[in-house]
Design a protein around this ligand. Structure first.
Ligand SMILES: [Zn+2]
Length: 157
């Protein structure tokens, strides 16, 4: 039997190493955490999307007593962007989280599987990768496309 080894490349950046545009998008994602509705998990997630036309679309997690009815920050932003600017490619997505104490996480958290699947669909739809910034106070993970987090992904046939 052969073995297949899959490789991901994720840059680990200090905040000062990011571009002005990347830092701005992260600041928007951080601000969005304060609009989060997370009375159950107390995990406040914010996202911000940069569209090709320069518009930034924010999102944050929205929980519900019927848990599956809630939605993650990433998807709330992507779907809001799709509803308002259906023809605009998504260039970049930043994500930030605060814990139950209200503190930003030191190390970045990653999108859940459902959000990864939606990001893949977005990349397929616009035929280009989405630059992803996962913010942490110690460092930010930077990757050019969700494929780095989801190899062998399911896409359209
Ligand atoms: Zn998610």
């Amino acid at each position: 039997m052969k073995e297949l080894t899959l490789k991901s490349t994720i840059k680990v950046a200090e905040f000062s190493e990011l571009t002005d545009q990347e830092r701005k998008l992260i600041e928007e994602a951080k601000a969005s955490t304060y609009k989060s509705y997370a009375p159950y998990s107390h995990f406040y997630v914010g996202a911000a999307i940069l569209l090709k036309n320069g518009v930034i679309v924010p999102g944050c997690n929205q929980e519900n007593a019927a848990f599956p009815s809630g939605l993650c920050a990433e998807r709330s932003a992507i779907f809001a962007a799709g509803a308002q600017y259906p023809d605009q490619p998504i260039m970049m997505l930043a994500i930030a989280e605060r814990n139950e104490k209200g503190e930003f996480l030191e190390e970045p958290a990653s999108p859940c599987g459902s959000c990864r699947q939606v990001i893949i669909e977005t990349e397929t739809r616009f035929k280009q990768p989405v630059r992803i910034l996962l913010y942490g106070t110690k460092f930010t993970y930077v990757m050019d496309g969700i494929k780095e987090l989801m190899p062998l992904s399911f896409t359209e046939f």
